[in-house]
Design a protein around this ligand. Structure first.
Ligand code: SF4
Length: 393
């Protein structure tokens, strides 16, 4: 057995094994009820990095009574599938929501089970993803030439043994119209010994291959994790990060800034901060949207643009991701745009003169109409063109 397999098989899965919890039998009984609904998994590597109760790693993986509160609440529409993924599954365990890409689940196990997981309904329950669902998923992609990008995610694709993973990647690479393969994984940050030189040698045969790595707190970045990320980067795999904004874990500017800086240092480009989804059993992790906007505002300008991820809401009801930005335009007109910078100071940017805009419009008539069509605009006056351009910025 390899080290990572031993760490997985040594996972904490029962209430009595949980670190730093009260001995009170009533409390333990409550946690037992939670664990019957949402399973527990903390692999032995990750468990070894937890320093105390309530530390940011502990909070992400140790169940609390609050997880069952949502079942009793009548206030909010918390759901087991808030993103309506099941609705957008043409075949089991494949989500086709956006026109040119799909999400394929090749596994429904993870190196840890995150208490805030948006797929709490699936992760850790045996028998959901099978050889049959997998081959139906691959067949679906092969039959849909519009699909040029697949992300394998949630459960973790890197928990699949090398040989099986290679078989799946080979089958995907045989699909001529499939350009990009992405891995959505929490393995490098929570089970880093899994990123072996042998795995990386195998993965690099399937380029263009990208990986989105899930990190939520700077304490997750250990020497073992740095080694794992370096191995993936050295295999030519572009690395991006995904972070979920979590109350009590990373809802502060200092924590997020440190995380983004540490990610960049190991060649992981901060890609997304997600507003926590409205998933049943996770309400206690949700922050306000203002918290996220304030963090983003504090990052913008105070650290390099490379360290500023997109802040997004994955819209409840299955509308897809929407980017959120702090307001930077104070006002705009045909004459000028007034913006505010990262220090809150305002600056004026004069627009080109009316004459210059008219000349530009005349010279580019053909091009402008093409762009308007692309943007779905039918504006035919200079005024409308200007307003549309601002709206679409
Ligand atoms: S690693 Fe991702 S899919 Fe797995 S339990 Fe955590 S949040 Fe859910």
């Amino acid at each position: 057995m390899e080290t990572w397999q031993q760490q997985l098989s040594g996972s904490i899965t029962k209430v009595d094994q949980l670190p730093f919890i009260s001995r009170d039998p009533v409390y333990r009984e409550k946690l037992q009820r939670v664990a019957e609904v949402f399973p527990i998994r903390i692999n032995s590597y990750f468990a070894s990095k937890i320093k105390s109760a309530d530390d940011p790693l502990w909070r992400q993986v140790v169940p609390t009574e609050e997880e069952l509160d949502d079942f009793l609440s009548t206030e909010e529409a918390l759901e087991s599938d808030p993103l309506k993924e099941e609705r957008d599954m043409p075949v089991p365990e494949l989500v086709h929501r956006y026109p040119d890409r799909v999400l394929l689940m090749i596994n429904n196990h993870c190196p840890i089970i995150c208490r805030f997981c948006t797929r709490k309904r699936k992760i850790g329950f045996p028998g959901l993803v099978t050889r049959e669902t997998l081959s139906k998923g691959i067949e679906y992609i092969a039959q849909h030439p519009e699909v040029r990008d697949v992300i394998m995610s949630g459960g973790d694709p890197l928990l699949v043994p090398d040989r099986e993973l290679e078989r799946i990647l080979t089958a995907l690479r045989e699909i001529k119209h499939l350009e990009i393969i992405r891995l959505g994984t929490r393995v490098p940050g929570t089970l880093p010994d899994r990123i072996t030189p042998k795995l990386c040698e195998m993965l690099k045969k399937f380029h263009p291959l990208y990986a989105n790595l899930h990190f939520n707190h700077p304490d997750e970045i250990t020497p073992e994790v740095e080694l794992a990320c370096n191995r993936l980067a050295d295999a030519g795999i572009p690395l991006g990060s995904q972070t979920v904004l979590l109350k009590g874990v990373n809802d502060s500017v200092d924590v997020m800034r440190e995380l983004m800086h540490k990610l960049l240092k190991m060649r992981v480009k901060p890609y997304y901060i997600y507003q926590a989804d409205m998933t049943m059993g996770t309400d206690h992790f949700r922050t306000t949207v203002e918290t996220g906007l304030n963090i983003l505002k504090a990052l913008m300008g105070h650290t390099s643009g490379m360290g500023v991820p997109y802040y997004v809401i994955d819209t409840p009801g299955g509308g897809g991701k929407v980017r959120l930005l702090p307001d930077t335009i104070v006002r705009h007109s045909e004459e000028e745009v007034v913006v505010t910078n990262f220090e809150g100071k305002t600056y004026r940017y004069p627009q080109p003169s009316a004459r210059s805009r008219k000349q530009e419009a005349l010279a580019d008539t053909a091009e402008v109409s093409a762009e308007q069509n692309l943007c779905g605009s039918s504006a035919d006056s200079e005024q409308e063109t200007f307003s549309d351009a601002l709206r679409n910025c």
